[in-house]
Design a protein around this ligand. Sequence first.
Ligand SMILES: C[S@@+](CC[C@H](N)C(=O)[O-])C[C@H]1O[C@@H](n2cnc3c(N)ncnc32)[C@H](O)[C@@H]1O
Ligand code: SF4
Ligand code: SF4
Ligand code: SF4
Length: 449
Amino acid sequence: MRTPWMNSSYKKRNDLSVLKRFIEGHIYYVILRPDTGAWAVFNEKNYKKYLDWTINEIEKEALYFRGLAYDDSGKEVDMDFPPPADSPSVAIVNITTKCNLRCKYCFVNCGSFVGEDMTEDVMNRTIDEMFSMPSKTITFELQGGEPLCNLDGMERFLQIAEEKKKAYDKIVKYRIMTNATLISDRFISLAKKYNINMGVSVDGPEEMTNNARVDANGKGCFDKVDEGLNKLISNNLTPDGAVCTIGQHNFKDTYRIVDYFHSKDIAFKPRPANYSGRELEEHMTTKKGEWFSAFKEMYYHSKELGTINFAIHIFEENVYGPIRDYICLRYPCGAAREIITINPDGTVYPCDGFKGNSTFLMGNILTESIDDMMHKEWVIKLKDRTAKDIDKCSKCLFRGMCCSCCYSAFGAFGTVYREDPHCYDMQKIFLFLIDEWIKNNVLKENEEV
Ligand SMILES: C[S@@+](CC[C@H](N)C(=O)[O-])C[C@H]1O[C@@H](n2cnc3c(N)ncnc32)[C@H](O)[C@@H]1O
Ligand code: SF4
Ligand code: SF4
Ligand code: SF4
């Protein structure tokens, strides 16, 4: 069958990479375009036809629309995806650097913090500056330290933002990232009044959370977290996401992490601890292969239970689809693009994990505009960092669906121009998801592609 728009003379690309996969007694060939992350699978018979370019026109057209073949004039399909943002729409507002906990991997240890609260002039400037950004939607994510250690400041920030937003044509969103140990009635009423989206940090069931998320005396915080979560849920403030940091404290039993979030009916995002702050002394993060094995276990168990596991969702989106809208799995990443972070003293950094690191100080909001900071030479260079700037990534087959986290690379290697410290596991995850796709689509339906 032919479609009216069908071009009968698609041309084969000669710049694609090939992966040979052995799956359940069969051989498959994955042709892959590393720069975009697009790929297609052939069984042995069809791979020979692909090589001879005798596959049928529908198959050629399908390759063309994935950017894996040229049209008759030698051009590729024009993919009209929005480019990565070039100005922040999300401000991580560190309303305080105080915290009641001392989580063993926390990156907020990286600066010389003395536990200060954000001043009102910093709040005013942050809000005005963010409202002058081009994005129609501006999100303020209240963080710290622990944002609930400064409820007065939080309330003042929200009041000022609500007042100021009247002069701007913006959609304003509020979000909080909290350790959930200090959920008070006053916070509940603030969260309801200002419609604050809740993000909580929990590392799984009791002993897992307690092994890493501890107070200054080393006591685990799980009981308080559980109490806080129950209070939020009973007040219809169920978190829209939980961040579950994966490391030595919890990577072995990750099916129990899935069970835990499933029982609470909370969507969660597991991710390995990045190399920054206290993590550099405590070495809590996963070692080679551990994040991959945890990912695999959570992949199967989350599918079984139907739990929303954002990490799996995000990786799947990146491997199976053409759009890369998650800022941490895309080159260039979101640092100083979609997001910036502002400390209580007005200092601004390109991403959360850099906060307090003077090497990456973009400026002070009290004396400089965000726009001026964004135009500094080193900020532009960081913003434009892509796989081609990193030796290993520039040669990697998965560079079109991946990213090396700037601050984690800096923490591990002292430079942002290195691969992600969890690179080995990321490559394994990409390959695993490709193999799963073949098992679930090609093998299961016994179709030839
Ligand atoms: C720095 S905390 C601030 C907000 C609040 N205190 C909390 O714990 O949710 C923000 C998030 O960063 C995560 N985090 C801290 N250190 C990290 C690291 N080294 N790598 C990755 N995430 C980290 C925390 O678990 C939390 O989810
Ligand atoms: S992760 Fe959050 S709760 Fe834990 S020490 Fe860091 S700022 Fe405090
Ligand atoms: S971090 Fe590793 S997996 Fe990702 S693009 Fe770089 S080399 Fe490839
Ligand atoms: S620096 Fe890391 S955490 Fe920040 S946007 Fe980039 S990849 Fe994501």
